[in-house]
Design a protein around this ligand. Structure first.
Ligand SMILES: *Cc1c(COP(=O)(O)O)cnc(C)c1O
Length: 432
């Protein structure tokens, strides 16, 4: 067991709580080696959209495996990457896609591309970044620089080039009498104050649109994105929207930033991009950015690469995912599914120990008033004991299920989530 060093894990804790060996998965269910089933309430870390082993994605992958497994994307191209890029362009209005294999690499690419754009434009001073308090954009060294989560960042502080952070428009931060839109305006004013001082040195603002997921599903008003877009225009700063978690219908629209009616300069995609089957990420950008690199001089090119950039299998999985969106009107189906889930989860939302029950699209979150320092571990264990995978972030419970739950599975999730809370709180009473 020690030969595998697990992510996001204190390995010593695994002595008491060993990792669960999953043998198979089907639809929203994970099945362990003893045959016990767990409903995947967090879409396997936010990546799975249509359940595990979706027949259309499987068939596409099998077909692709028979044709072409992989070829390098420098000097070569292939049908899946071309078709995927064209489809993403149609969906987003950003016509140039650069590929990698994970979210953090997409962040790195967007940041490098933005700074290099300004350099190619003769504006060498524009190389700083600004993000939102509590923002999360991945954990490689460059991405950590724009990630404001101390537990992930602090041990590496000496290695990082820290971005500036401006206040988060998290609607929970509303002062008495303030609406969510008021919070958005107040935070936009803080952003402008920062731009007035530092706009000349700033390449890009990077944000998670509408929901700061890793911060504990902090949700905010679309007005912030509209104001941020205007400010970025006024102060010549790129707007990077990190849709790695919020993309592909998660917030109700195909992409979260679309709810604000804005067009960003960069969009980072990953996670749901392949329906949760294979690692793939993409950074989409505008003609203006693309043109600034288009030149005879190699040094003006974007000389970034990964060995598996644009892997054909991953691109086919992404194409199959987009085909499912087209063929099944997934977004409309999710409106009905979300209503069913919200109804079923109403008792949890009304629980006396719950604060700030909130919901957007296919994300639900609840802050729990508890003194248990190890609440996340206890809650997770109680949920797993009930055949339900939920992993609180601090004292925030959240559900982010795949878009396939039937009525029974909705009940399973809602019942398990509430029962796990009661059980965790009973442990608190027993300790006190
Ligand atoms: C998960 C996530 C990332 C990082 O993606 P990885 O594939 O885990 O590197 C970046 N940004 C956001 C918003 C995320 O949720």
């Amino acid at each position: 067991m020690r030969s595998v060093w697990h992510p996001c894990t204190q390995m010593k804790l695994l002595e008491e709580q060993p990792p669960i060996a999953i043998a198979s998965a089907a639809g929203p269910w994970l099945c362990d080696e003893t045959g016990k089933r767990y409903l995947d309430g967090i879409s396997s870390w936010w990546v799975n959209l249509f359940g595990h082993g979706h027949p259309h994605i499987k068939a596409s992958l099998t077909d692709q495996l028979d044709r072409l497994d992989h070829v390098m994307l420098a000097g070569f191209t292939h049908a899946p990457v071309v078709e995927l890029s064209e489809r993403l362009a149609l969906l987003t209005g950003l016509g140039h896609a650069f590929y990698a294999s994970d979210g953090a690499s997409a962040t790195e690419i967007a940041l490098k591309m933005s700074a290099h754009f300004w350099r190619n434009s003769g504006r060498h001073t524009k190389c700083r970044f600004v993000g939102l308090a509590g923002g999360y954009h991945g954990e490689t060294i460059g991405a950590l620089g724009v990630t404001d989560v101390p537990v992930f960042r602090d041990p590496y502080a000496p290695l990082l080039r820290l971005a500036a952070t401006v206040p988060s428009p998290d609607a929970r931060g509303a002062r008495p009498g303030e609406s969510a839109a008021d919070v958005a305006s107040r935070c936009a004013a803080a952003l402008e104050a920062w731009f007035i001082e530092h706009g000349d040195e700033t390449a890009a603002l990077i944000v998670e649109p509408l929901v700061q997921c890793a911060a504990g599903m902090a949700m905010y008003d679309p007005q912030f994105l509209r104001l941020a877009r205007e400010l970025c225009n006024r102060y010549d700063v790129h707007l990077v929207v990190d849709e790695i978690a919020t993309g592909f219908g998660r917030t109700g629209s195909m992409f979260a930033h679309q709810q604000a009616g804005i067009r960003p300069d960069f969009i980072c995609l990953s996670k749901g991009l392949t329906g949760g089957t294979l690692p793939l990420s993409a950074v989409l950008t505008t003609d203006a950015v693309y043109q600034a690199f288009y030149d005879d001089a190699p040094a003006r090119a974007f000389l970034h690469s990964h060995s598996y950039t644009g892997n054909p299998l991953a691109c086919r999985a992404a194409l199959a995912t987009l085909e499912i969106f087209e063929q099944q009107d997934v977004l409309a189906g999710n409106v009905r599914r979300a209503r069913m889930l919200s109804d079923a989860l109403a008792p949890l939302s009304a629980h006396p120990r719950v604060r700030h029950a909130r919901h957007l699209g296919m994300i639900w979150a609840w802050d729990v008033k508890t003194t248990l320092a190890d609440f996340p571990q206890r809650y997770r264990q109680q949920a797993m004991a009930r055949g339900l995978l939920l992993r609180p972030i601090g004292r925030t419970i959240y559900a982010m299920p795949p878009y396939v739950l039937d009525t029974e599975e909705v009940e399973w999730l809602a019942h398990g989530a509430l029962a796990a809370l009661e059980a965790a709180l009973a442990e608190e009473t027993a300790i006190a």
